[in-house]
Design a protein around this ligand. Sequence first.
Ligand code: CAO
Length: 448
Amino acid sequence: MADLLEARVPDIGDDKDVPVIELLVQAGDTVKKDQGLVTLESDKATMEVPSPFDGVVRELKVKVGDALSEGSVVALIEPAAAESAKPEPAKPEPAKAPLPAAPATPAEPAAPAAVKAAAPAPSVAAPAAAPMPTRTPPVAFDAQSLMPGKVPHASPAVRLFARELGVDLAQVTGSARAGRISKQDVQDFIKATLAGGGAARAAGGGGLDLIPWPKVDFAKFGSVESRPLTRIQKLSGANLARNWAMIPHVTQNDDADITEMEAFRRKLGEEHKDTKVTPLVFLIKAAVAALKKFPNFNASLDGDNLVLKQYFHIGIAVDTPDGLVVPVIRDADRKGLLELAKELGEISAKARDKKLSSADMQGGCFSISSLGGIGGTGFTPIINAPEVAILGVSRSAMKPVWNGEEFEARLLLPLSLSYDHRVIDGAAAARFTAYLAQVLGDLRRLLL
Ligand code: CAO
């Protein structure tokens, strides 16, 4: 067998720890130079890591969900005969199309290096027996491409597949994560089309047949200033529009009596002056308890299946000057109130400093959007697909509550639970919200 060569992630700009969302090949596959091996997706781009040469994939070194950076090894490839027969270059061949951010150092991490016994990846400065293929830039789509009506969200391999079959991807709705179009979606679209014209649109979930967006010359009516949307606004806008249009939302409202919880929160605050314990931390704990009791809320739709999750990762909507982001607190069931308070402070700061990575925003089971620090008495939060419910929280207020004999001043916290009616019935949503209120009203229930 010829020497195996490493295919590595080339220069992908500033992105680090970018998750693998799709494996495009498997061990044993014959690949051509530039053929995609895996797809990476950051919050601003989707890109394929290309094979740097013709050959046979002998081992994939990554799996879906792994976070990769420039230079990470993706696969071991046995080069095709012609490749391995190539004479060893006298000196390293410079990258054909260097990417702007690529440092011109001799030890180029993006270049695949030979794997030899007792010989770690050699640098270009000391080439091994294996050839040094030129690196190939990843195929990237910029953030603009995620806007609906522009470029549909699909990997280059799926685009090629659709092109070959003459399918307009704009007509196909993606069923994969974040609305991504898979090869299966294209096949389903074709099947539906063959089954009868109009069915295709229905199968795709599209076909809203909306009239065009009004085009108005605002300047005709007074002076105006036009400001571009931020990248986050464009991305979250596209997601919010899709989620609002595709998920049948219903919002269940309730109040939680948090009089005792608030007294305990204040006590905790006095005892731990270095940690800011806000009501949100209690809401995270109460949400986990409710998700455990009502597992259908800790789930995602996957075609005709409901995927029930056995982990409890809670997304928190954070308002930043550039727009809304939803970082995820992992394993919230295993963390105490103070640990959650600390982590909440850290992720909000990271969000506002624009330091969140894509990985920080993935894997959520259920989200909480708290506007309680600002005000309001209720609102309709939009579900963060593929989650099936989201809890909106408004500002607590002292209100008179009838205790059977008299009105008592109690601190009430308004809860607004939006849920996906395809998965959750109204009665279940009412029970979930009432249980949340019960737990917040008596925190001892968290121990049950
Ligand atoms: N009722 C009354 N007071 C509340 C409250 C509530 N429900 N929730 C928070 N507060 C208080 C806090 O206790 C804090 O008071 P002190 O300063 O006196 O301690 C104050 O309001 C500010 O809280 P906070 O907002 O800094 O902290 P938080 O933990 O409640 O929220 C975070 C953190 C990151 C979620 C929040 O800052 C944020 O960004 N919220 C906006 C989310 C959003 O935009 N959602 C809409 C999404 S759809 O567009």
